[in-house]
Design a binder for this molecule. Sequence first.
Ligand SMILES: [Zn+2]
Length: 233
Amino acid sequence: METETKRLAKINGYSNEMKEQPNPVHQPESAPVLVNRHHPWTESPEDTESRLAPVSTFADIQALDADIRLERTCLERLDALLDAVGGKNGIVVVSGYRDLAEQTEIYYSSLRENGAAYTAKFVALPGCSEHHTGLAVDVGSAAGGLDFIAPEFPDDGACGAFKARAAEFGFVQRYKAHKEYLTGISCEPWHFRYVGAPHAAIMEERDLCLEEYVEILRQERAKAGHGEASYGN
Ligand SMILES: [Zn+2]
C-alpha cells in the first residue's frame, strides 16, 4: 500500500507546471464552473488537457479503460474517497474526460442504439457535457453490468458509502431526480462532479444543484459590489 504522502507526491509531480499557471477551475474561492445545455465548455482542448492525469496514476483504481483521464485534483480526491470507503475493489471508473469528438461519437451512437428520448435524458449535447472539463467522473459497481452510458451505482455497499461521503472529498451527485427541471438531465446516480469540499458541503447541506448554486454565488458577488462573476465560459 502506498502512503498518502507518496500518492500526493505523484500528483504533485504532474502538477509542477500547474503551479506556474494557477487553475481557477477548482480553487475554493472561485465559483465552480457550470457546464450545461445553456453553458457550453469553451476552453481549448490543449488547455484542458494540460490539467489531466490518467487514472492509471493510481495503480489500484479500477477503470474500464486505463487511458481514462481526470483533472489532477479531481483524480487525487477520487483516489482518497475510494480509499476512505473501501471502494477500490467494488467501484470502477467508467468514464472521465471526453473531448468534443468523443462526446459527439457517444451522442450519435446513443441516438442510433437507444433512440432520441433516452439520449436526451442521459447524454449531454456535444460541447455541453461536464465530461469536457475533466472534473466529472462516472463510476459503476464492479458487480453491475458497467453499461457505458448508465452504469449501475446502487445505494448500498461501497457505492452507498461513496455517495454518503462524496461531499467530504469535494464531489456532488450532479444530476438528481428532483432537480431535473433545472439540469435538463435525468437522475444519474453514477455521475459525480468535483467542485471542491467547501462548495460541496454547502450544496449538500442546502440541497442545491450546480445551476442554483452558481446563481446564488453570482448574486452574492454582485451584492458585494464585485460586479458580474465569471464562471469560465
Ligand atoms: Zn457522466
